[in-house]
Design a protein around this ligand. Structure first.
Ligand code: AMP
Ligand code: MG
Length: 340
């Protein structure tokens, strides 16, 4: 017969060994917390900063993916698909190009042509593109406008068809955002759950930072500054799932006989936009959508931009208007949920 005392003794022994087992398991298992990696560099004429939790440094794979993306969509890369299309060379499009083109066509339609990647020749003429600035005259603008508009291009069976050879494409309003999506997908494919991808201020974040907090992303006060060094924040958004892009006219502009010329061109008139909307920040399901709609907002101006964004599910905007340093903010109906 086993006495009660023996049962207690045996149970105590068993418990002791189970406890030892647990200590060894946690001490010696692979459950060690993975470190946060940080990769920085330059791409598309801007910086990238990518932070992610992983045991492996994925910088080489990220760079290779960004270079493949650049080889599709950079107008500053002579051998890219988009450059070759602009030179009317025979070229087969790839998945990155096709995703860009399809979204561009959709946003062009939704914005009534305010957003349009066929704006390239105008962007060039005004001195913001991949060719030297020209001495712009009204007659020249009229002539360039003949080759602007989505009705002049079509994508079919991996080929771009143009109505006339002067049509050229500019993916600059989508590429940074799409680049963030592309890197975020690479990180997900490599098992990363916690990351923040920042390419020139466009952001995709997911999960938590190395302190276990939500990522914090800022909306910058739009101060005139071609150097891009002024980064005072207007708002901070804390999120563990966000795609956000900002467009503005406070970094890329010049004065021409007292008239301010910015890099956002209105394809409907041929002229750089000149209104009091200084920056447009957009949150959307993907960063390429956020980037495209942010540029569309800058063309439309605050009233029309707000009207457009309020018709779209899951797309929100934060618009900063101003003269000198007096700012007013316009938010779409659902933006408030993102502000702390
Ligand atoms: P973002 O900084 O995303 O607003 O992109 C600005 C860039 O988009 C410019 O530098 C041009 O290359 C291009 N762009 C300018 N105007 C337009 C437009 N109306 N539609 C599409 N792209 C444009
Ligand atoms: Mg954009």
């Amino acid at each position: 017969m086993v006495s009660a005392r023996q049962i207690i003794k045996r149970s105590a022994f068993a418990l002791f060994f189970i406890a030892i087992g647990f200590v060894f398991y946690f001490y010696d298992s692979d459950e060690k917390v993975a470190p946060y990696q940080s990769n920085t560099g330059n791409i598309f004429g801007t910086y990238y900063k990518i932070t992610y939790q992983s045991n492996t440094d994925l910088h080489e794979a990220i760079l290779a993916r960004l270079q493949a993306f650049d080889a599709s969509l950079s107008m500053f890369n002579d051998s890219s698909i988009i450059s070759r299309i602009n030179r009317n060379e025979e070229v087969t499009t790839d998945a990155d190009f096709e995703a860009m083109f399809t979204l561009a066509e959709e946003v062009s339609g939704l914005s009534g042509g305010a957003f349009d990647i066929t704006v390239a020749s105008l962007v060039n003429a005004w001195g913001f593109g991949f060719k030297n600035k020209e001495n712009v005259t009204p007659a020249m603008i009229d002539s360039l406008l003949q080759a602007v508009g989505f009705a002049n291009v079509m994508l079919s069976e991996h080929h771009v068809y143009k109505s006339n050879p002067n049509v050229m494409l500019d993916a600059g309003a989508i590429a940074k955002g799409q680049g963030c999506d592309v890197v975020a997908n690479l990180l997900r494919d490599n098992g990363c759950e916690n990351f923040l991808v920042d390419i020139g201020g466009e952001v995709v974040c997911q999960g938590y930072n190395n302190k276990g907090d939500k990522w914090k992303v800022g909306i910058v006060i739009p101060t005139d500054d071609p150097t891009g060094q002024t980064n005072e924040l207007q708002e901070v958004i804390a999120s563990s799932n966000l795609c956000m892009a900002t467009s503005g006219n406070y970094r890329q502009f010049y004065y021409d006989n007292g008239v301010r010329r910015s890099h956002t061109i209105d394809p409907r008139t041929g002229y750089p936009v000149n209104h009091n909307l200084l920056s447009a920040t957009v949150i959307a399901p993907s960063c390429m959508e956020a980037d495209a709609f942010a540029t569309a907002c800058m063309v439309l101006g605050a009233t029309d931009a707000l009207a457009l964004i309020n018709t779209l599910d899951s797309v929100e905007c934060y618009l900063i208007c101003g003269v000198d340093t007096t700012y007013t903010v316009w938010q779409s109906n659902g933006f408030g949920q993102y502000l702390q």
